[in-house]
Write a protein that binds this ligand. Structure first.
Ligand code: MG
Length: 454
């Protein structure tokens, strides 16, 4: 295997295989993992997709070649949102799926995300099985008479949208009657066609921002407030009722209010949960880094909430175990098991628009009803022994209730602090939430001081 330096890592976690193209991510890298996946899928049918990144086609061809060599029947569904891939796997009764996307990572990165035959991300155990095959180079290659086949299927985005429109929770006729004006920023990513298409089907008047397949991202790809200035201005200028911002693989969604203000990606799940629980009661599942707003909303509706390790696969698994109604992550990822177990930006748009149409309220007035918390997030490269740093943190915050399910989370009376190693980048993520921004920032500062001095 190609030698990889620490500054350009190759990561293989429950979030998939990620690296920097030309530094730690080569055709040879993805070929090995795709060969392992094809072997693991027992040469069955595999769905293949990608996002719009310029490196996508090159990597997709390498993946495709490996799958064909393993004897797989490859169904190429083109440039599609990540959630579409999960649905396509079940629709096509495939053994698995691979999409070439590094999601919210910068354009230099790319990644493979793997799905199992249920259209879900691979579990940690399934990821380990693939890792073992790669390590032993235990690939079952076919001879020239047993090679796989490839065909193109361009119908999957339409099918995905049709499934969203069929949900009882999505009030298609009401949204159409309301005639909402919606500005949509797809970051020129995988939702560039699918998002406007869904909004058209819902009868919205659409203002498009970065809905082109250019292979480049015009803004920072994470749908966080600092990256959404253009959309904020567009909402103001066109007097839109709402702005939606997707990440490049369209599984995360952020909202801009009618005042032209990015309200923070934490509100996407909060609003979706508030809406869904107002229609019917059920259990909610979130990860440990998700805003307490969601907890309070669930409590108001008399519903239970469960928390998991960070990582979509962990939330999905728990949703299945507890037969949850809705769940997701505070980063703008909404999962509705009735549709599927994948975070889905298109679904989130349809739920939020249903909430607006049903209530007749603006985004500003809907969020005014949600208990207010301030969340502060920081990313840090940590040198040295992470385990011993965790020990120091535990002594520093000895007065708080500590949970060590994923890194460490400290719960105080009306605030919390969570520190964990990222699944997608070689960094530590620090998140604090409190009743004021100052209090949340103070918690982050205290954590940083402890990490730096230990
Ligand atoms: Mg994503």
């Amino acid at each position: 295997m190609t030698e990889v330096s620490n500054s350009t890592p190759l990561l293989f976690t429950v979030s998939g295989l990620r690296g920097i193209v030309g530094q730690s991510f080569f055709p040879s890298t993805v070929t090995e993992y795709a060969s392992a996946f094809g072997t693991w899928c027992k040469s069955g049918r595999v769905v293949l997709a990608r996002d719009t990144r310029a490196s996508g086609e090159m990597l997709k061809m390498a993946v495709s070649s490996a799958l064909l060599s393993a004897g797989c029947e490859v169904i190429d569904i083109g440039i599609t949102p990540t959630p579409t891939v999960g649905l396509a796997v079940t629709d096509l009764k495939a053994k698995g799926g691979i999409t070439v996307t590094a999601s919210h990572n910068p354009i230099q990165w790319n990644a493979l995300k793997f799905f199992n035959h249920n259209g879900r991300y691979l579990s940690s155990a399934e990821i380990e099985a693939i890792r073992r095959l790669v390590e032993k180079k235990n690939f079952k290659y076919k001879d020239s008479s047993g090679l796989g086949s490839i065909r193109v299927d361009n119908s999957q985005i339409k099918k995905h949208i049709a499934k969203i429109l069929k949900l009882k929770l999505v009030l298609v006729e009401k949204i159409k009657r309301t005639g909402l004006k919606v500005a949509i920023d797809a970051c020129n990513g995988a939702g560039f066609q699918a998002a406007p298409e869904l909004l058209r089907a819902l009868g919205c008047r659409i203002v498009e921002v970065s809905c082109d397949n250019t292979g480049t991202f015009p803004r920072g790809p994470e749908p966080v407030a600092k990256n959404l200035k253009e959309l904020e201005n567009k909402v103001k200028k066109t007097r839109a009722d709402i702005g939606f911002a997707l990440d490049p693989d369209a599984d995360r969604l952020a909202i801009i209010s009618e005042m032209g203000r990015a309200i923070g990606e934490e509100y996407t799940l909060a609003l979706a949960v508030d809406y869904v629980l107002s229609r019917k009661p059920g259990k909610v599942v979130v990860n440990l880094s998700t805003s307490r707003m969601v907890e309070e909303i669930a409590r108001r509706h008399g519903c239970r909430i469960e928390k998991t390790k960070v990582g979509e696969a962990n939330v999905s698994l728990k949703l299945e175990q507890v037969k949850g109604l809705i769940g997701g992550e505070g980063n703008g990822g909404v999962i509705l098991p009735e549709l599927h177990y994948t975070r889905d930006g298109l679904l989130a748009m349809a739920l939020i628009l249903s909430y607006m149409a049903e209530s007749g309220e603006t985004i500003t007035s809907l969020i005014a009803e949600i208990p207010k918390y301030y969340i502060v997030k920081q990313v840090l490269t940590v040198e040295g022994n992470w385990e011993s740093k965790l020990g120091n943190l535990k002594s520093r915050f000895a007065g708080a209730r500590a949970t060590t399910l994923d890194g460490v989370r400290f719960d105080f009376t009306d605030s919390w602090l969570h520190l964990r190693q990222s699944n997608t980048e070689p960094v530590v993520r620090i998140i604090a939430e409190a009743k004021s921004r100052q209090a949340a920032s103070a918690l982050v500062r205290q954590a940083l001081r402890t990490l730096k001095t230990s």
